[in-house]
Design a protein around this ligand. Structure first.
Ligand code: PHE
Length: 353
């Protein structure tokens, strides 16, 4: 039995949840504000289908908590939040546009408590629609410096993590390494390009066969089924699709040495971090690795960083945190996930009081 909506909300340690029924379309729009201790909440607007309202809310709550950890871990003055729009299937383009405009209205009324950017299922064009009423609390609109969306800078961070893991394991680093990328959507695709440029061999899979097929015939790329990808023997597994991929079942079958990817909330349960450690797989905690889009684009648009500065900051933040967390985990015999959470929590407490 899935938990009830009430139990899901009761277990959460965040500040508030705004739940809005969009009567025009029948969609549910959720804005979860997990923490404003370090600054106004910031997080993407995700739009997809869910099997139930409980699952949509649970996703928003977990993703918002992840944003708090991401920003805290890099000592950035933003809090954690996330918007999830559970849209009914088969919306006409006009109905979808209206839904996003009303979401923008809701964000404007919050007066800066929550700021948003693109995420799974939304694009810079969608940010334009949200910004019609939601500006100035919307990042990555198509006329902004973040017009390419948040994917390229997210991929910069994931690539930096993969490089670091490869450098620990092989004399040649990423050159000649084998990386398995699960999901070649906006981030995965960009990551694959960077990996190929750096001389890696890449195996990919995507639930959307057309997305994977775009790479067919490309030198250095093999395409396999989604199931086969998780058991591919490789140096680094890079989950770049949806969360929950690392579970008791999948971890038992993994044949990678390390994991670093763009997906949020990769661990299906907290114990999965220990399961990975027991199998000798080095796990780069997701919220340290996938900060690039949120950090880089917020830096560019809210603080005036140049693109080069953003790339430098993202690379340095990911590398420094990962190095530190791996060293601490080795020293103390704990999981990298525990150490990463401790690091983020310490920064939250320092700033938030
Ligand atoms: N998709 C981003 C993330 O999950 C959200 C984001 C993008 C936030 C751009 C701000 C700006 O981290």
């Amino acid at each position: 039995m899935p938990p009830t909506l009430e139990a899901t909300l009761a277990e959460w340690d965040g500040e508030q949840v705004l739940l809005r029924r969009d009567h025009e379309t029948g969609a549910w729009a959720i804005i979860a504000i997990h923490s404003t201790a370090l600054g106004p909440a910031c997080g993407g607007t995700r739009m997809r289908g869910y099997p139930s309202l409980q699952r949509a809310v649970a996703d928003a709550l977990a993703l918002a908590a992840g944003m708090t950890l991401k920003f805290a871990a890099v000592d950035f003055a933003a809090g954690g939040g996330k918007a999830v729009i559970w849209a009914p299937p088969g919306l006409t383009p006009e109905a979808r546009d209206g839904l996003l405009r009303r979401h923008g209205e809701h964000i404007r009324r919050l007066g800066g408590l929550f700021r948003t950017g693109p995420d799974v299922g939304t694009s810079p064009r969608d940010m334009d629609l949200i910004a019609e009423r939601g500006a100035p609390y919307v990042f990555c609109t198509s006329s902004s410096a973040g017009a390419e969306g948040s994917a390229p800078l997210t991929a910069v961070g994931v690539f930096a993590a993969v490089e670091l893991l490869c450098a620990r394991a092989r004399a040649d680093g990423v050159r000649g390494a084998h990386v398995a990328v699960q999901g070649v959507g906006s981030v995965g695709r960009d990551l694959v390009r960077r990996l190929l440029e750096a001389g890696a061999r890449v195996t990919i899979a995507d639930v959307d066969a057309d997305a994977a097929a775009r790479f067919s015939g490309r030198a250095g790329v093999s395409i396999v089924s989604v199931d086969a990808l998780l058991t591919t023997e490789c140096d680094v597994l890079s989950p770049c699709a949806l969360g929950g991929v690392l579970s008791a079942r999948t971890i038992a079958g993994l044949r990678c040495r390390a994991i670093a990817g763009a997906a949020n909330n990769m661990l299906a349960a907290p114990q999965d971090a220990a399961r990975l450690r027991e199998r000798g797989i080095l796990y780069a905690p997701d919220f340290l690795v996938n900060i690039g889009g949120a950090l880089g684009n917020t830096g560019i648009e809210a603080l005036g960083w140049s693109k080069e500065q953003a790339v430098r900051r993202v690379r340095a933040a990911v590398r420094d945190n990962l190095r530190e967390v791996i060293a601490r985990a080795e020293r103390r015999g704990r999981t990298t996930e525990e150490e990463a959470r401790a690091l983020a929590r310490a920064r939250l407490l320092k700033e938030g009081t």
